[in-house]
Design a protein. Structure first.
Length: 181
């Protein structure tokens, strides 16, 4: 019998067993009959295909998040959207990236760094664009940059991420040099 048909029948028998449409003994007999005594054979295939789909989904999500960074520059500098639309779109980008990073961190994945970095960079870009739009002096932009460097240092210290600590230190040093000169 073709594997797809076997799998369909096995799934149907498992559904019957779960919903008690047939006695458990009958379902066990039918499962043993169709799996030739090895009931775990098809479960392993299901898990393997599910894991493969999850990996493909994770790769696609990371690709989307990577595309959001250049798309953010495109939205701010090369479109004539209203500032409210730009802010809404970029805020959505930030939320998606940071929520995905948080989800990956909760699942103990090492891939949470990429969405975190992209989310923080888009948040920085968004803040600078908004402040520059409404307060066009350099001091307000310097203040926003300093606030982001402080936020990055706090996040880096809290999550024990040395790259955020280093980048915030470099940012603060550059800010001090720009203010002094």
């Amino acid at each position: 019998m073709i594997d797809e048909r076997k799998q369909t029948i096995i799934n149907e028998i498992q559904y019957w067993k779960k919903n008690k449409l047939l006695p458990s003994e009958y379902c066990d007999f039918l499962l043993a009959l169709y799996t030739q005594g090895d009931g775990e054979e098809f479960k392993g295939k299901d898990k393997a295909s599910r894991n493969k789909r999850r990996r493909v989904g994770a790769i696609l999500m990371l690709a989307v998040i990577l595309i959001m960074l250049p798309l953010s520059f495109l939205v701010i500098y090369f479109t004539e959207m209203d500032m409210i639309m730009q802010t809404g779109l970029l805020s959505t980008f930030v939320a998606v990236a940071l929520l995905y990073s948080w989800r990956l961190r909760r699942s103990d994945s090492e891939k949470f760094h990429l969405p975190l970095i992209v989310g923080l960079l888009i948040a920085l870009l968004l803040s600078v664009a908004v402040v520059h739009q409404y307060l066009p002096n350099n001091w307000s932009v310097y203040g926003v940059l300093s606030a982001h460097c402080g936020l990055w240092a706090l996040i880096g210290w809290r999550m024990k991420l040395p790259y955020l600590l280093i980048s915030s230190s470099i940012g603060i040093i550059v800010m001090v040099v720009l203010l002094v000169s």
